[in-house]
Structures are given as structure tokens and as C-alpha cells.
Design a protein around this ligand. Structure first.
Ligand SMILES: [Zn+2]
Length: 252
């Protein structure tokens, strides 16, 4: 067995057996991995409350040959997620961010900028006056860093770069589609106004430090929320779980 030390953000945690927990985390050096914390649910567990969703921790892991499940041997809490878990709106928003990362990342494929963006997103949430909007911005940022970047320059279906009329966002195609392709889509598209499209393009391109300066209200915000919600649902392959199940029992 090999010892591995790594910094992680906890994505999900679920009960396992009588006293254990299976924890899914995003590691800066290893990507998305899972580990078992033996005895984590006992009252005097050495893991304490460190292995809760959204926490940032430094872990000692043992890797067993041929087993994708690591054994967690030691946890140092770097940033507690207690504030995020004590407020329902913050918890819902944080869950949206980690769910995007859980859905779009393959196992064991590290992406340090994605780690940094998720970490920054969770910090920004705690300072946010509008958590659902901050979550929306960071969901777009996280998608934009990966192969799931929403296509906003040309038709995601036929490649045409010139659009007649209002552009449509297709959750299934993963971006803008022209009107001909929109009419052929199996699922409903979301009509984007010029303001909605400009907002989406800026949210993809700005850095995590500057993206929080973006603002959207009324119609523009509703359009982008609907487009991204629809897209994330398609990407995740299912409806994302409601937040109140977060620390109880999540698949995967
Ligand atoms: Zn098209």
C-alpha cells in the first residue's frame, strides 16, 4: 500500500456500513477520487467533522493496488464548510457548484485550475449577497474550463456562425443553435436575448477574480439560469439531487 498526501475539496459524503463513510473528493493532484473513512460515524472519530461536503482538507490516503477506493488515514481541516452548511440558500448554492464538478470530471484526472475555481467559488459564496447568482457564475466558469464549455460562438449543432433572429440555447447540444437546428431539437431550447448571450460569453471568459463583478437582473438572469440549469441537467445525465439529501445518502 502506498501513502499519498493531497489537498481536497469534499464533494459528497455518504454513510457506509455501520460506522463508516464513503467520501467523494476533488483532489488538486489526483482529480476526482473516493475514499473510505473507517469509523467516521463513531462519536469519538479521529476524523471529527472534517469530512463534510464543501470542506477543504489535507488528507493522508492509502492506495491499495487494484482498488479505486482509497483508505483515508488522516485528515487536517484547512477550511471548514460549517457556514455553508448552516444556511439553506448557501448550502443549495454550494451543492450546485460541487455537483457540476462531480458530474463533469472523470475519475482520477487532475485539473488544478478546476480545483482552484471551485475553491474560489466556495469562498466567494460565503461573501456573497446573492448566493444563487454567485453559484450561477461559478457553474458557468467550471463548465467553461472543461470540455463542457457552453458553445456561444457558432451553432453547436451545424457549425453555422451567422444567426438570423434571436439565438436559442440548446441544453442537449450544449450551446447556441441556429433556428433551423433549434426546430429539430428533441428538447425545448431557451431563447437568449442579446443581453443574455453577452452575459454568458463574459461569464465564460472572465477570470474567477473578476467574474464576480458581473451583474444580471430580470429577464437576462432568468434566461441564463434556465439555459445553464437545463445544460447541467443534461451533462449530469439526470436531475441533480435535492440538497437536503446531501449528507444523508447520495449515489456515487
Ligand atoms: Zn445550426
Amino acid at each position: 500500500m502506498a501513502l499519498v498526501k493531497t489537498t481536497v475539496i469534499i464533494l459528497k459524503s455518504r454513510k457506509w456500513g455501520d460506522a463508516d463513510r464513503i467520501v467523494t473528493f476533488y483532489s488538486k493532484s489526483l482529480g476526482k477520487i473516493r475514499g473510505v473513512a473507517r469509523g467516521a460515524r463513531r462519536q469519538k472519530s479521529r476524523f471529527g467533522a472534517a469530512l463534510e461536503p464543501f470542506s477543504v482538507c489535507r488528507l493522508d490516503l492509502f492506495e491499495k493496488n487494484g482498488d479505486s477506493l482509497f483508505r483515508i488515514s488522516h485528515v487536517d481541516l484547512i477550511r471548514s464548510s460549517r457556514a455553508l452548511r448552516e444556511d439553506l440558500s448557501l448550502m443549495d448554492s454550494a451543492a450546485r457548484m460541487v455537483n457540476v464538478v462531480a458530474a463533469i470530471t472523470p475519475d482520477g484526472d487532475p485539473d488544478p485550475p478546476l480545483f482552484d475555481t471551485l475553491e474560489q467559488g466556495l469562498i466567494s459564496l460565503q461573501e456573497s449577497e446573492d448566493p444563487p447568482f454567485t453559484a450561477l457564475l461559478f457553474q458557468i466558469r467550471l463548465l467553461g474550463l472543461t470540455g463542457f464549455r457552453p458553445q456561444t460562438d457558432h451553432c453547436a449543432s451545424c457549425g453555422k456562425t451567422y444567426f438570423v433572429g434571436e439565438p436559442q440555447f440548446s441544453p442537449i447540444a450544449g450551446g447556441l443553435v441556429c433556428q433551423i437546428c433549434a426546430a429539430r431539437q428533441r428538447a425545448r431550447c431557451v431563447a437568449l436575448s442579446r443581453g443574455g448571450l453577452a452575459f454568458l460569453q463574459q461569464a465564460i471568459r472572465l477570470t474567477p477574480a473578476t467574474v464576480t463583478r458581473l451583474r444580471a437582473t430580470g429577464q437576462v438572469r432568468r434566461e441564463v439560469e434556465e439555459a445553464i440549469e437545463g445544460y447541467v441537467t443534461v451533462v449530469a445525465g439526470k436531475r441533480l439531487p435535492p440538497v437536503n439529501f446531501l449528507s444523508v445518502a447520495l449515489p456515487g
